[in-house]
Design a protein around this ligand. Structure first.
Ligand SMILES: [Zn+2]
Length: 440
């Protein structure tokens, strides 16, 4: 038998457990999990000492394209992703202009075909104007979900009231993704704070009730309309308990930062580099509950919410500093370090960053190592010790909140539909990215 690619001698993480198996790839798909010693291929990768994972998916990134090439583009963002072991990203719509129409989706599909290093799915943003059209927009090629900013946004990309959200939920059938912080409470509490206060006040302004109230309102509307929802970046113990009682209508995303950093320590150490929305919490119980929820299956997806801003905007005094951080390149090393620290198993990690996103967003051919699936792989060295540095970051802004952090576990290769895109810190097969196909 002759294959396009064979990956030999790696420990493969299957949905049914780990096994040392040689994988054969033909025509961009996984063709065999029982490759013979005598079988040949155009290219053979020796994965001795490595784990072979399904190509990992970062289901929540903001690649800023079109809009701010000095901050990020689809080219630089997918380069960063590939260097970090990510084979697929789902990209948010709050660009300039925003992705809220058939025309912008088409522009973005063409742009992805020309510039992306890895596969890309696209969120389409909900506005009051496009609400009636969302049922058509959500079934366009490459759309992973409708994204609703129910709080914490600007311009027409925000729908904060119940009637507006209900109208969105009644336009279409696929799972809708929400930023759920309650806008009314955010605005009301903003008056209680002023410029120059310690950065840890970010979590006092945007308090637990901001997130919990927003999530309760959305779940009530999901139940009223019968439409499934995905609550992005769940950050509080209260929401995690509540959502576990509403699993029939909701799925749950938790961000790597909320699993790694806790206030007020992180604000004192990192200043504006700890500011994101929803905020890193000042009470450790939210961090503890997030890990409990990872362990007992209440979390479906772990993502980065990669959202780069210029360094000078990150370093402004609170509350003028921009919220959001780079993360698509660091999420895999940081999570592998958590695996090595015993906080989760490698197979649970794969569940959260491959099978989970594929299930929640409906990607039939990604997220598991199985014959017929896309030949997407992330090869990791679980023993490699390395320090994350800002010099390694490929995003033009060149910063990371994990600068100087030593981790154990590192991605050494990113393979997308049989193309080796990244090997040992080098992009070796450029611009092979395609639009992801979702279940209609
Ligand atoms: Zn985001």
């Amino acid at each position: 038998m002759h294959y396009d690619l064979i990956i030999r001698n790696g420990v493969c993480v299957f949905p049914w457990g780990e096994a040392q198996t040689d994988i054969g790839v033909k025509d961009h798909h996984i063709a065999s999990l029982s490759v013979a010693a005598s079988d040949e291929a155009d290219r053979v990768i020796d994965a001795t000492g490595l784990h072979v994972l399904p190509g990992l998916i970062d289901a929540h990134v903001h690649l800023r394209d079109p809009g701010k090439p000095e901050v990020e583009t689809l080219e630089t963002g997918t380069r960063a992703a590939a260097l970090g072991g990510i084979a697929t990203v789902f990209d948010m719509p709050n660009t300039n202009p925003a992705v809220t129409s058939v025309d912008m989706l088409k522009w973005k599909r063409d742009h992805i075909a020309q510039t992306a290093h890895i596969d890309v799915g696209m969120y389409v943003g909900a506005t009051r104007d496009n609400t009636p059209a969302l049922k058509e927009l959500e079934t366009q090629l490459g759309v992973c979900a409708v994204k609703v900013f129910a709080g914490s946004s600007t311009g027409n990309l925000m729908i904060e009231d119940d009637a507006g959200i209900e109208a969105v939920l009644r336009s279409g059938h696929r799972r809708v993704a929400f930023h759920s912080e309650d806008e009314y409470r955010l605005q009301e509490r903003k008056k209680l704070f002023h410029k120059g206060q310690p950065y840890a006040n970010h979590a006092e302004w945007r308090d637990v009730e901001c997130a919990f109230l927003g999530t309760r309102r959305i779940i009530a509307l999901a139940r009223k309309t019968g439409r499934p929802v995905h609550i992005l970046h769940v950050s509080t113990a209260e929401e995690l308990v509540y959502l576990s009682e509403n699993r029939d209508v909701s799925t749950v995303e938790v961000l790597v930062n909320h699993l790694t950093q806790v206030g007020p320590e992180c604000y004192e150490r990192l200043g504006g580099m700890a500011v994101m929305n929803p905020p890193l919490r000042n009470e450790r119980r939210h961090y503890e509950e997030s890990w409990a929820a990872i362990r007992d299956g209440r979390v479906d997806v772990v993502s980065s919410d990669h959202a780069p801003h210029p360094l000078e905007d990150k370093n402004k005094p609170w509350m003028e500093c921009s919220a959001g951080l780079t993360g698509v390149q660091t999420i895999v090393p940081v999570m592998l370090d958590h695996v090595n620290a015993g906080r989760l198993s490698l197979s649970r990690f794969v569940d959260l960053m491959a099978a989970g996103p594929a299930r929640v967003y409906g990607v039939p051919t990604k997220g598991r190592l199985a014959v017929g699936f896309d030949a997407d792989f992330t090869l990791v060295d679980m023993k490699k010790r390395r320090t994350i540095t800002k010099e390694w970051i490929a995003s033009p802004v060149g910063h990371t909140p994990f600068d100087g952090v030593e981790v154990t576990g590192w991605p050494v290769s990113t393979i997308v539909r049989g193309h080796v895109v990244m090997q040992d810190d080098t992009i070796i097969s450029s611009q092979k990215g395609k639009i992801v196909s979702f279940q209609p």
